[in-house]
Design a binder for this molecule. Structure first.
Ligand code: ADP
Length: 483
């Protein structure tokens, strides 16, 4: 059974007081007993002395010379006189141990006989049986013992007094125990409540509940509660920090493994994309080795090798740009750019290409400025325009528009091309992703343009989206923070 700390404290204190009362009463009772003994021994010794004096007087007054003779003839009478004098039952014995006075009920007991034998040796002895005390002393004439006188002393009063004192101590002890237990319980209650609250707090902390409170007490328990409260706050903070660190770490690990997969995929794609033009170049070179005099083959091979080489070159350029953006902290030379001028100059450079494919260009340009890196902006516009041409229809049209919308400068490039299947809209920004491999290849595309565009736009704090794409064409929209 588990006792609360207050019960234990109270029992301890009450027991301590009880022990004190017990020791005190033990000593007092022992003192009383000793004192009573001393008193009646002294009293009975006096009685014996009186008996001796009285024996001598009586013998002299009645002209007796022989004490044995006096005791045998006048013993009973003398004992009655002694009884009156001492107010006790008196028995007289001669030197043979025979009773010379009135008979007494106890005279035959063994203990009495033993005591008598002792007294006949000129010694004083007494025997106590319950509440009776038989005191035997030598009867003497001068130094000579002539018999034994026995007083029957009652211990009833002594015992009653002793018992009443003992009972008093028992009562006082019980009352003290009860009162001290109650008082101690009340006194320790507030301490114990504090300790119980602390124990509960610690129990909760053990199971991860760190909500603790400070006990408003100006003692060690109060200080301890403040300590536990602070400690629990600290543990809570440390665990939260650890959890957030763990979260960051697992995010970083995720990101790293994602990057790793992306990188592997990227390298795989690069190798694959490089292999196709190289295979084609090698095939033409092999054919030329076999038919060195075939002029037609030579011309076709020249054309193909040229176009594949250009493709390879462009691919290497873009791959380099992309990996630079990916790996290094790319340094942008940002400046205030006149967007109108920039768009115009890019469009001018594309005039020949537009004419070649018979594509009409419409513009709705307005003066606007952004804070950006000029080369990056050219790459963005060139790639989007290039796609608008590449994936357009015959006699198609491209519209380029710029305007300001709230805090953004918007550029929209709309074509009347083949459009992008809606479910692939997200994918086209991934490196090497092309909707139609053959068409991209025919147009010299490798699927790197849009991923480059997205990277550059993001680096400028901008965003890119496809406003619509269907069989009538596609509208790309990019937005940059306005100056
Ligand atoms: P590519 O070098 O193949 O043009 P991009 O990354 O620029 O690579 O584009 C990825 C793919 O997105 C293209 O292969 C093409 O299928 C599709 N795409 C891009 N722009 C357009 C457009 N304006 N109209 C239709 N499809 C487009």
């Amino acid at each position: 059974m588990k006792f609360s700390i207050k019960v234990k404290f109270s029992i301890f204190l009450a027991s301590l007081l009880l022990l004190t009362v017990y020791i005190l009463s033990f000593l007092v009772l022992k003192g009383i007993k000793g004192n009573q003994k001393e008193q009646y021994e002294k009293y009975l010794a006096q009685q014996a002395q009186t008996a001796n004096v009285y024996l001598l007087q009586t013998m002299l007054s009645e002209a007796f010379v022989d004490p044995t003779e006096f005791l045998s003839s006048k013993g009973e009478e003398f004992s009655l006189k002694l009884k009156v004098l001492s107010n006790q039952l008196v028995v007289l014995y001669d030197m043979n141990g025979n009773v010379v006075s009135k008979k007494d009920a106890h005279l035959n007991s063994r203990a009495i006989k033993e005591t008598l034998e002792y007294a006949l040796l000129n010694k004083t002895a007494y025997l106590t049986e319950e509440e009776d005390l038989y005191y035997m002393a030598p009867l003497k004439i001068g130094a000579k013992q002539v018999g034994v006188v026995q007083f029957h002393y009652s211990l009833t009063e002594n015992k009653q007094f002793y018992q009443s004192i003992r009972q008093l101590f028992i009562n006082i002890g019980s009352i003290i125990f009860l009162i001290s237990f109650i008082l101690a319980y009340i006194y320790f209650n507030s301490f114990a409540n504090g300790i119980i609250l602390l124990e509960q707090m610690v129990g909760r902390i053990r199971y991860g509940d760190y909500e603790t409170k400070v006990l408003r007490r100006k003692d060690e328990i109060g200080l301890l509660s403040t300590g536990i409260h602070d400690m629990s706050k600290q543990i809570k903070k440390t665990i939260a920090d650890m959890e957030s660190e763990q979260e960051k770490l697992s995010l970083a690990v995720d990101k790293l493994s994602k990057l790793d997969t992306q990188q592997k995929q990227f390298i795989g794609n690069v190798t694959h994309e490089f292999k196709t033009p190289l295979t084609s170049i090698k095939a033409y070179l092999d054919l030329l080795d076999m038919y060195p005099d075939d002029v037609d083959l030579l011309n076709i091979a020249k054309e193909n090798i040229k176009s594949e080489t250009i493709r390879l070159y462009e691919m290497v350029e873009k791959v380099l740009q992309l990996s630079r953006l990916e790996v290094y902290e790319f340094e942008l030379k940002k400046e205030k750019l006149n967007l109108l001028e920039l768009i115009k100059s890019v469009l001018n450079g594309l005039e020949g290409k537009l004419n070649k494919f018979n594509i009409k260009l419409l513009t709705e340009l307005s003066e606007s400025y952004i804070y950006a890196d000029k080369d990056s902006m050219i790459i963005i516009l060139m790639n989007l325009m290039d796609n608008a041409v590449k994936y357009n229809r015959d006699n198609g049209m491209i519209t380029v528009k710029n305007y300001r919308l709230e805090n953004e400068v918007i550029i929209e490039i709309t074509d009347t091309g083949i459009g992008i299947p809606n479910d692939l809209v997200e994918m086209i920004f991934e490196p090497f992703y092309t909707v139609d491999k053959n068409r991209a290849r025919l147009n010299g595309g490798v699927g790197l343009g849009l991923s480059l565009v997205k990277k550059y736009v993001t680096l400028h704090g901008g965003r890119i989206s496809i406003v619509y794409t269907n069989e009538t064409g596609t509208m790309f929209r990019i937005g940059f923070p306005a100056l």
